[in-house]
Design a protein around this ligand. Structure first.
Ligand code: HMG
Ligand code: MG
Length: 298
């Protein structure tokens, strides 16, 4: 793939917030997404229609989704674990959803209380309904480069789950390094193996920066041909059911790297930096974006 454009999937309002202990008001989440919409991002994950007992921070999913300004040309996907979540998402008009499972049995059990096969069985009616409703579906495969409970995850397991989700009708498959243990050669080999079964154009990469490897891993995957990258503004994020998981790679840092390489994103980096700094202030945290720190230090 020689395309000079990378699409960033901004997951800060979902992955970024789901692990935050202090509950943010819905109005702040809406303001975050509206600010992100003005940066030129094409895809902004908005929230999750999961069980509020499992992820209390996103219990306001309906209010947030209903409250955001939906710009034409921008999609606002939401996570959906089952038919209940799908129906809640549709009630407020969601047109793009994401289903999620993992390459590791142990992680899946803790995250969604199901085995891999059971979770895929749960998606079948969701996918059928989505097809009937014209709803686009992304599929996440977590723990593609390591599991907090199982340790090593065989690449063959990643390939099997990704292929199954693609066969079921997921138009895009995001490969998640949930705990950030991956390193570039392994990331590249994993992507290469998956791309033998699922077209590269349907793949995305999703790196958490727990071990400081995310940008290097993204570069390795770009060289392998991927053109969709997930990231979170200000480097927020983490899965509450992955012990030790920390933030996603910061969107600002990914965009800075891409623009520096002459790759287009359509994103205004200055606006993104301002949004990340604003979010960090809302969370009373220092930003995890190195670019934002460098730019705001002067
Ligand atoms: P369960 O307890 O097995 O579900 O949880 P259940 O079907 O037995 O239902 C239990 C109760 O929850 C019932 O209510 C249901 O109605 C309710 P009760 O009868 O007890 O009053 N319920 C719901 N309520 C609202 N919305 C729903 C819903 N579903 C059931 N959708 C379940 C199973 C999947 C629901 C639960 O485990 C769950 O919600 N898990 C979500 C965990 C999560 O959100 N994790 C983070 C996202 S994944 C991630 O971060 C990784 C990613 O970033 C990629 C990467 O980094 O690798 C994507
Ligand atoms: Mg994640």
């Amino acid at each position: 793939n020689t395309s000079n454009h990378v699409r960033i999937v901004e997951v800060g309002a979902r992955d970024g917030l789901q692990n935050e202990k202090t509950l943010l008001p819905a109005a702040v989440k809406i303001a975050l997404i509206d600010r992100l919409s003005s940066t030129g991002l094409q895809t902004i994950e908005a929230t999750s229609f999961v069980s509020p007992a499992w992820v209390p921070q996103l219990a306001d999913a309906a209010e947030v989704y209903a409250g955001i300004r939906k710009l034409p040309g921008v999609s606002y996907p939401v996570l959906v674990p089952n038919l209940t979540g799908y129906q809640r998402a549709r009630e407020v008009g969601a047109t793009h959803i994401a289903v999620f499972t993992a390459a590791s049995e142990a992680f899946n059990r803790r995250n969604i209380n199901a085995s891999i096969d059971e979770s895929i069985e749960r998606f079948v009616p969701v996918m059928e309904q989505a097809r009937a409703d014209g709803v686009q579906v992304r599929g996440y495969v977590s723990t593609v480069l390591g599991c907090p409970y199982q340790g090593e995850v065989p690449v063959a397991d990643v390939v099997r789950v990704a292929r199954r989700m693609h066969e079921l009708g997921c138009g895009e498959i995001s490969l998640g390094d949930t705990i950030g243990t991956g390193t570039p050669a392994k990331a590249r080999a994993m992507l290469h193996a998956v791309a033998q079964e699922v077209p590269m154009a349907a793949l995305a990469v999703h790196f958490h920066d727990t071990y400081g490897q995310a940008l290097a891993n993204i570069l390795a995957c770009l060289e392998e041909g991927v053109r969709v990258v997930d990231s979170a503004v200000s480097g927020t994020g983490g899965c509450p059911y992955a012990k030790g998981a920390t933030g996603n790679v910061a969107s600002e840092d990914v965009v800075y790297m891409l623009h520096g390489m002459g790759i287009e994103t359509g994103i205004d980096l200055d606006l993104l930096i301002a949004t990340g700094a604003w979010l960090a202030a809302q969370l009373h945290k220092d930003t995890a974006s190195r670019v934002t720190r460098a730019r705001t230090a002067a």
